[in-house]
Ligand binder design. Structure first.
Ligand SMILES: [Fe+2]
Length: 248
């Protein structure tokens, strides 16, 4: 059975969820050629057009910044962004496009806190991700340093970290400490793994999710989002009234 075939054997909504109520997507990789996201300006436009057609008014795209792989800077991100904005204008796609970053928590990141101005959006929100292998040794310290420097950390896709698949309490604790949790839409289909889907649903049940993001890298992700629109948990999350996307 195909992946999508499997998804459709579970109980799905009869009509798709309307994502336009979110107004803003705040996690994606649409600056071409600087990370593992969009490959070219044309590819960026193809991806952004999908979100515009879903009714989003604003996209805050978040290229990876990692000490090892993607050594992006404010300059690499915003010079690439300008090209995409120019292209959007010439294609007549009236969506607001801005950029921040998805910071990988490593020692290089920790060194930057308080020393340089980091890329944020909204109310000084900063999007961070961590290793999929283990909890970083410096995580608690990094979160503390971010907060004492006036940032509001958003943890990207908490449902995707295998070492926390059985640790819903960890997320309760993070949320109680002011860390905002961002779910990936596609997690609700089981696209990443059945365990991520399960954790995504638990996070929604516990009312711990504050942002919903696409984390879109390529057109394959668009196909999965189209299926996710029929996930009952997507409706449950949006109807919870707890999401902050529309405040951005
Ligand atoms: Fe991402």
């Amino acid at each position: 059975m195909t992946f999508l075939g499997k998804f459709f054997t579970s109980k799905n909504l009869s009509s798709p969820v309307d994502l336009s109520v979110l107004k803003c997507d705040m996690h994606s990789h649409f600056v071409p050629g600087i990370d593992d996201g969009a490959k070219s300006p044309e590819n960026s436009i193809e991806l952004i057009r999908f979100f515009y057609n879903q009714g989003y008014k604003k996209i805050i795209t978040t290229p990876h910044i990692m000490g090892d792989f993607y050594r992006n800077t404010r300059e690499t991100i915003f010079s690439g962004l300008e090209k995409v904005k120019h292209q959007l204008k010439s294609e007549n796609i009236p969506v607001e496009l801005d950029a921040a970053a998805e910071y990988y928590v490593d020692y290089e990141f920790e060194k930057k806190i308080g020393k340089e101005s980091l890329l944020t959006f909204g109310k000084n929100y900063i999007l961070i991700e961590i290793s999929y292998v283990n909890q970083p040794d410096n995580l608690d310290r990094v979160l503390f340093e971010l907060q004492t420097n006036g940032y509001q950390p958003i943890l990207a896709h908490p449902e995707r970290y295998p070492f926390w698949f059985d640790s819903i309490d960890k997320f309760e604790a993070l949320a109680n400490n002011g860390v905002l949790l961002q779910l990936n839409i596609n997690s609700l289909t089981g696209y990443y793994s059945p365990q991520s889907r399960k954790m995504a649903e638990q996070l929604i049940d516990r009312q711990l999710v504050r942002f919903l993001g696409s984390d879109c890298h390529h057109t394959g992700h668009l196909e999965v989002i189209k299926q996710a629109l029929y996930a009952p948990y997507l409706k449950k999350l949006i109807d919870s009234g707890l999401l902050l996307n529309n405040t951005l």
